[in-house]
Design a protein around this ligand. Structure first.
Ligand code: HEC
Length: 118
């Protein structure tokens, strides 16, 4: 009977659509996982891009060198260049009436920069 064939066609079409839907959902899940992974940025740990970001030296560096701009990656400069640049930043602190670095802070952040410089 013709209506049975029509019925089975509709039912089969329905299950094919389910498979397509399932595949689409899986593809979407895969793509969003890839995208999320590509721009992994943990809001609880915004400085994860820095090497050894959990050490005390790193924390002082982040605290003292991230107040006016993003915390620069230590590999950006050589240890010698960091020494000069931190002197320039001392001037920027002064101009903007920021507290000067204490000797202890300077020692820690310089040792962090020297250790991870390029
Ligand atoms: C009081 C604000 C302030 C603080 C604190 C500060 N900076 Fe800066 N920094 C600036 C300003 C303003 C500039 C851009 C103008 C310039 O180069 O002087 C800058 C620029 C830089 C640059 C880019 C220089 C270039 O030529 O590309 C680096 C790298 C940098 N700072 C590192 C540091 C480090 C390391 C510290 C911590 C010791 C630090 N900054 C702390 C204000 C600050």
């Amino acid at each position: 009977m013709a209506w049975v064939q029509w019925l089975s066609l509709i039912v089969n079409w329905g299950s094919e659509m389910k498979i397509v839907h399932l595949l689409n959902t899986a593809l979407l899940a895969l793509l969003s996982a890839l995208v999320l992974n590509a721009c992994a940025h943990d809001p609880k740990n915004p400085h994860a891009y820095l090497p050894d970001a959990q050490t005390e030296e790193a924390l002082v560096y982040i605290e003292q060198c991230g107040g006016c701009h993003a915390v620069p990656h230590p590999q950006r400069l050589s240890a010698a260049a960091w020494k000069d640049l931190v002197v320039v930043m001392d001037k920027r602190r002064e101009e903007r009436e920021h507290e000067p670095l204490t000797e202890a802070q300077r020692k820690k952040l310089m040792s962090y920069l020297a250790e991870h410089a390029r």
